[in-house]
Design a protein around this ligand. Structure first.
Ligand code: ADP
Ligand code: MG
Ligand code: MG
Length: 909
């Protein structure tokens, strides 16, 4: 159909479909899947998709250029829909009405606004009423259209955050005047009044009349969708989800079908599996005589699609079976035939896409229309269960199953649950829907921006809202949990919380939120801002007060997934652990060694800090040796614990790393206490602390520089390691010690430390008449070390990349100071990611790759690994895999994440 060289418009319908699911980049997820449904013979209202390329033209060249480019094709698109539906757009007697829907490549729930019933005006509404033989329906559609268009296209918004939606205020007023509660109770006269009032409101507040020409309405809506790509909430969502700003959105223009045509009409959403738990159970929600987003907007209590779901819902909502059947029957009971059709569509789509589907549908006078399908968002737990069950059901293979789980989302499963004992004593004050699992305790806060502020102050908060909207995203992302008074399982809050893996209870009907008074009341009890409450997102319970939490249990599908990951991964995953407890947890998570034990962490505990300070205060080597002698048995004990816990697995121990000033108090009160304990004068302490002060401690007297100026420290630590190793070996424990010298820049530094360590080994082994196999290596964390890795590699048996320091020194800024400009930098696109969170592959990564090559060139069997935050970041893990490392090391709770990321890296090769 396209005269132009490049089509900007793609048709879908019963007679012709241009698009397909494979064209997501061009058509957006929604448009591509609408086309695919047409191809599968599923009933979809006809329409067309304006491609994302048109949005790019709009963003780059402006409105006029974009509209000129697409105008002719859009006219043809509308003509196509007219032909399919047998109605004319703009015909007052029997108008074709349209919906205008945005749709980017990645689904962005609630980000961009849809406009329904476009094409109505004062004449067309009469034609619609006459044709349908239903005046109320026509006016209901009209008032919805004016409301949506007035908001989305014309921009009539609340004046302040405490204020209500101005249209809703008018609706409430009319309802009150009429003495009714529900929107369905409004009659035709009320709806006419609403339309008139809405238009007057728009004229008064915007200064323009509501457009009556359908074509003007259509172009206005198309432009609004393009503009919405750049609105605040869409940008926030993209930032949170790593979606590039440059993708653009498509626009879908589609014939309307009506769920608000009376009791044989309805609208709803459904999931082919449970998005919370992953259970293979068809479920969803719908509302009779409703349109569009009514279900997710939480205006009325939605009904369940399936009977099983309905019974489960009733149990949680404390609704008896009688009442359920009378007031909230399932679709399965209410419209059994339609339910069967929906079930058929669901099965077809899930089998076709081989993934859990999230469906939107409308029933118009007993006929089912599908409006959307996409791979459903789900909790981490559901990701794991669905992947493993689909594997078992033969729908997907092992590699696909592994790729279905986002490594970061395993966090959800590792998250705490309430301590059952503490829970027994807690009082349930309200119940809502179990919208997103997990347990959370926090202080009540009512506004998203304040949630952010409070969290910055170090508080734990629960965001309590009547209902959330996309403006609340940032606040939701920092809250421990979210509680809403309205909305179902598919409400905005529920969907977004599940996406974030955040605990959420939605639709707690007994909760009344008063934004002005900043209170939440339940019955006659009131809870003020700042009071503690707790949520169980798995049961929907709300508790008064703070409840302690307990770690999650890991088995079943999670265990199977991890076993599968190990089958494919090549990288080993070790852990950063300083205590036997941490080592034990990490081992239970599948760590195959300790990649980093920070010995200085042992220096702070209990009595030890006094010995450390004594060493720091000492005037000469003899004094230091005396103090170090006190530390020796304690360090030896620490190492024994680690070796025991990790029997058979490597334990990498880093020698003392931080500058000594970290061990002395910097405030007067602390110095006084220290003076007393050490039996020296305050003046002496002060002098020593001043001596230790550095302008830039990150680049100061630390790492192997300490061991070189005070070899006796290295000697003590080496002795502690060897004695501990021998002691444990004597008990039958398989000790694999790896001693690591930090912050080396030249091979001479390494050699100097190696001499002390090897000398100590010889001495200890001679004393004991027994030897211990150990490895001696170095960290590669100064850029110079990476540059001369070949000369260092001749001496060191292993390299461990300290990517935190390597990043700081290579980029030229310290992690402690980066906070001042990094957020702005990320916003301005100076870096794609925070280089401390995900390794800068193109820059710092080159140093890693180079050092690996140089090391292997001089010592082919050199062991290379990574310790530091990057070891638990999936994108970095993939990079380390490609760089040819042997292992990554990360904090215990990130071990499963790294294992899965390592498997995905191997599969993706
Ligand atoms: P979102 O991207 O937020 O999911 P949609 O474009 O899916 O927004 O539109 C929201 C809702 O509007 C749909 O779930 C559906 O109920 C309703 N809707 C959209 N287009 C139509 C249509 N052509 N006929 C009837 N309802 C529609
Ligand atoms: Mg939708
Ligand atoms: Mg370091």
């Amino acid at each position: 159909m396209n005269m132009a060289q490049h089509p900007y418009v793609y048709l879908f319908g019963s007679s012709r479909t241009d698009g397909a699911a494979s064209m997501k980049n061009l058509l957006g997820g929604k448009g591509a899947n609408l086309a695919e449904m047409c191809r599968l013979g599923i009933t979809v209202p006809s329409g067309f998709t304006i491609s994302t390329e048109a949005c790019t033209v709009f963003t780059e060249q402006g409105k006029d250029a974009a509209l000129k480019l697409i105008e002719a094709e859009v006219l043809q698109g509308v003509a196509f829909v007219e032909g399919e539906m047998g109605k004319k757009f703009g015909n007052a007697a029997d108008p074709l009405l349209l919906s205008v829907r945005s749709g980017a490549r990645a689904s962005m729930p609630g980000m961009m606004d849809t406009i329904l019933n476009l094409g109505l005006n004062d004449d067309a509404v009469r034609g619609l009423a006459a044709k349908a033989g239903n005046e109320r329906f026509a006016w209901d559609s009209y008032r919805r259209f004016v409301q949506m268009y007035g908001d989305v296209v014309m921009g009539l918004k609340p004046v302040s955050k405490e204020d209500h939606d101005p249209f809703e205020v008018v609706i409430e007023m009319v309802k009150k005047k009429r003495g009714v509660q529900l929107d369905t109770d409004l009659d035709t006269a009320d709806l006419k009044e609403l339309v008139a009032r809405f238009k007057a409101l728009i004229r008064a507040r915007i200064g323009r009349d509501f457009p009556t020409d359908p074509w003007e309405q259509l172009w206005g809506a198309v432009v609004a969708v393009f503009e919405s790509w750049n609105n605040d909430r869409a940008r926030v969502y993209r930032e949170l989800n790593d979606i590039p700003q440059s993708w653009g959105t498509a626009v879908n223009v589609q014939a309307m079908v009506f769920g608000n045509l009376g009791d044989s009409s309805a609208t709803g959403v459904a999931f082919s599996r449970d998005a919370g738990t992953g259970e293979d159970l068809f479920n969803g929600e719908f509302l009779v005589n409703a349109q569009g987003e009514d279900v997710v907007a939480g205006i009325r209590t939605p009904q369940q699609v399936s009977l099983v779901g309905s019974r489960r819902w009733a149990e949680l909502a404390l609704v008896g079976e009688e009442e359920r059947r009378a007031k909230y029957p399932s679709l399965e009971e209410l419209m059994p035939q339609i339910y069967q059709q929906l079930l058929h569509a669901e099965t077809t789509l899930e089998n076709h896409f081989k993934d859990m589907q999230d469906l939107e549908f409308t029933i118009q006078e007993g006929k089912l229309w599908m409006l959307q399908t996409r791979n459903g968002k789900r909790t981490g737990a559901a990701m794991v269960r669905i992947a493993m069950e689909m594997l078992q059901q033969g729908m997907i293979d092992e590699k696909t199953a592994l790729q279905r789980v986002a490594p970061d989302r395993l966090n959800d499963l590792l998250h705490p649950i309430f301590d059952p004992k503490a829970l027994k004593a807690a009082a349930v004050i309200a119940r809502g829907l179990p919208a997103s699992p997990g347990a959370a305790s926090g202080q009540i806060v009512f506004f998203a921006d304040e949630a952010e502020e409070w969290v910055k102050q170090g508080k734990a908060v629960i965001l309590v809202r009547q209902e959330t909207s996309p403006e609340d995203l940032r606040g939701m992302s920092v809250a421990k949990g979210i509680l809403t008074a309205r909305g179902g399982m598919t409400s905005h809050a529920a969907v977004v919380a599940r996406g974030m893996g955040k605990c959420c209870v939605s639709g707690a009907g007994a909760v009344h939120v008063d934004y002005k008074a900043r209170t939440m009341s339940i019955g006659d009890k009131s809870y003020a801002e700042g009071e503690w409450i707790s949520l169980n997102g798995s049961t929907g319970e709300v508790f008064a007060g703070k409840i302690t939490t307990k770690d999650a249990e890991l088995s079943g599908d999670f265990g199977k997934l991890m076993t599968l990951a190990d089958k494919f991964k090549r990288l080993e995953v070790r852990t950063n652990a300083d205590t036997p407890e941490e080592a034990r947890v990490a081992r239970s998570f599948g760590a195959t060694g300790i990649g980093l034990c920070r010995t200085e962490h042992m220096f702070f505990e209990g009595e030890r800090i006094n010995a450390v300070r004594e060493m720091i205060l000492a005037d000469d080597e003899a004094g230091r040796r005396k103090a170090l002698a006190k530390l020796l048995p304690m360090q030896r004990g620490d190492f024994e614990g680690l070796f025991r816990e990790m029997s058979g697995l490597p334990v990498t121990i880093r020698l003392l790393d931080p500058p000594l000033h970290e061990f002395v108090p910097h405030d007067e009160a602390g110095q006084k206490v220290m003076a007393q304990q050490m039996g020296v004068s305050l003046a002496k302490i002060r002098m020593r602390v001043d001596d230790l002060a550095e302008f830039n401690p990150m680049l100061g007297h630390r790492g192997c520089r300490l061991g070189i100026t005070y070899p006796e420290i290295t000697e003590m630590q080496a002795r502690a390691i060897f004695e501990a190793g021998l002691n444990m070996q004597a008990q039958g424990i398989d000790v694999k010690a790896e001693i690591m010298v930090p912050l080396v820049g030249t091979v001479r530094e390494f050699n100097a430390q190696a001499e002390v360590i090897r000398g100590t080994a010889a001495q200890v082994f001679a004393e004991r008449g027994e030897g211990l196999h150990y490895m001696l290596g170095t960290m590669i964390e100064t850029p110079r070390a990476a540059l001369v890795a070949d000369s260092i590699g001749k001496q060191a048996e292993f390299f461990s990349f300290g990517t935190n320091d390597l990043t700081q020194m290579a980029m030229g800024f310290s992690r402690d100071d980066a906070g001042k400009f990094l957020p702005e930098y990320l916003k301005k696109g100076m870096y794609e990611h925070d280089p401390f969170r995900s390794i800068d592959q193109k820059g710092v990564g080159l140093l890693v790759e180079m050092a690996v090559q140089k090391g292997k060139a001089v010592r082919p069997d050199i062991e290379v690994g990574v310790c530091g935050e990057h070891g638990g970041d999936p994108a970095s893990v993939a990079f380390f895999h490609r760089a040819g490392l042997d292992y990554v090391s990360c904090s215990p709770f990130r071990v499963p994440i790294a294992r899965l990321a390592a498997a995905q890296a191997a599969i993706g090769e």
